[in-house]
Design a protein around this ligand. Structure first.
Ligand SMILES: [Zn+2]
Ligand SMILES: [Zn+2]
Length: 102
């Protein structure tokens, strides 16, 4: 099950479960659309993969036992573990290669 993390790892803005700005990589590293576009250039700083919009888990249980109430979002904030200054080289090396060829 996808862990719905509460914030952008880069700028720390809130990304509640219903946010359409949340982006995730295949490891669920979570960032906002602005940081993915302006700072990360579609390169996850943790794994080098690309991002996709995070799916929105429905608030309402249309099927028994599956909803945001049944499996709530995470409240554990995650902070970037890499130095922002040093990230530039990592990102510029990888960004020219599309995610499906990385
Ligand atoms: Zn951000
Ligand atoms: Zn990642």
């Amino acid at each position: 099950m996808l862990e719905l993390r509460p914030n952008c790892e880069y700028c720390d803005r809130d990304l509640p479960p219903q946010s359409t700005l949340a982006r995730i990589c295949s490891y669920e590293c979570t960032f906002c659309a602005d940081c993915v576009e302006q700072h990360l250039h579609n390169v996850c700083p943790n794994c080098g993969g690309g991002f996709v919009p995070r799916p929105i888990r429905p608030r309402n249980a249309y099927r028994s036992g599956v909803s945001l109430q049944d499996q709530p979002a995470s409240d554990r904030r995650v902070q970037l573990r890499h130095d922002k200054q040093r990230l530039a080289g990592f990102i510029s090396d990888i960004a020219p290669t599309p995610p499906e060829k990385r």
